[in-house]
Design a protein around this ligand. Structure first.
Ligand SMILES: [Mn+2]
Length: 260
């Protein structure tokens, strides 16, 4: 029986230079690496060459987290939405060149004017999703949409919102289940029981339900024993990415034990 694989996001070393991050790639407890294509680690031609060489030398596979800082694919301000789409489309191309196994992107974020235009952000987001989905198909890249915390003004914090997105786009788009985000909304169990067949990628970190702390997996109130049991029950055989910023090696080891 195939089982879930554990990977790691380089998110935890975004405070380091890009070159230092690359030097760390062969010291991880796993060969599956999620690159964070944002801020000072955003990808370009030279960096992609470096990363392709690292993959070859160390036997790595990649997934890519799309840029998300100041990105809003559901902005109701058209030039801002277009700028967001332009930037993240480049990331989709980067994922294709790096032969990434998955490309993860964030949904829309609400703004203060949103309530005057009910649903405009949700509809704009769905249009952006349709566009990205067709571009991804052309490039041959697997993509998935991440659940976000509603308390930080994001859409897509509940299974119900995902079902609505499926009704409006009619696309077989996968979900990246971010456990930390789901925990802030009390939605870990609902996502697993209601949308198990849509979950194609997982971000694992822990928190105490108040802030998205990105703690190690044993440092918070998410029960990882129950969670990994649930994953085994649904036959999840894809990747679980440790997206913690503390206790990263310990979290990888722990998850490997729990999923074994
Ligand atoms: Mn995440």
């Amino acid at each position: 029986m195939s089982k879930a694989k554990v990977g790691v996001s380089m998110f935890y070393c975004m405070g380091d230079s890009f070159n230092r991050m690359v030097k760390r790639l062969d010291t991880q407890e796993t060969k599956h690496i999620e690159l964070f294509d944002d801020a000072t680690h955003d990808l370009n031609k030279d960096r992609i060459i470096q990363l392709r060489e690292a993959a070859k030398s160390y036997g790595l596979t990649y997934s890519i987290h799309a840029p998300c800082s100041d990105i809003n694919i559901g902005s109701i301000i058209k030039p801002m939405r277009n700028a967001s789409l332009k930037r993240i489309k480049q990331s989709l191309i980067n994922a294709s060149v790096l032969d990434a196994k998955m490309w993860v992107f964030h949904p829309a974020q609400r703004t203060g004017v949103g309530p005057f235009y009910p649903d405009a952000d949700f509809k704009a987001m769905c249009k952006s999703i349709e566009l990205l989905y067709s571009q991804a198909e052309e490039l041959g890249v697997n993509i998935s949409l991440e659940n976000m915390p509603g308390k930080y003004w994001f859409l897509m914090s509940t299974p119900e919102e995902f079902r609505r997105m499926y009704r409006e786009t009619n696309l077989p788009l996968g979900i990246t289940l971010d456990l930390g985000h789901a925990n802030l909304e009390g939605q870990v169990q609902p996502f697993i029981s209601e949308l198990a067949d849509k979950i194609v990628h997982i971000h694992a970190s822990n928190n105490y339900g108040g802030d998205d702390q990105h703690n190690g997996v044993d440092d918070g109130n998410i029960d990882f024993v129950a969670f990994t049991d649930a994953l085994k029950k649904i036959g999840y055989d894809k990747t679980v990415i440790v997206e913690s910023i503390t206790k990263v090696p310990q979290s990888i080891t722990r998850l490997k034990q729990l999923l074994a």
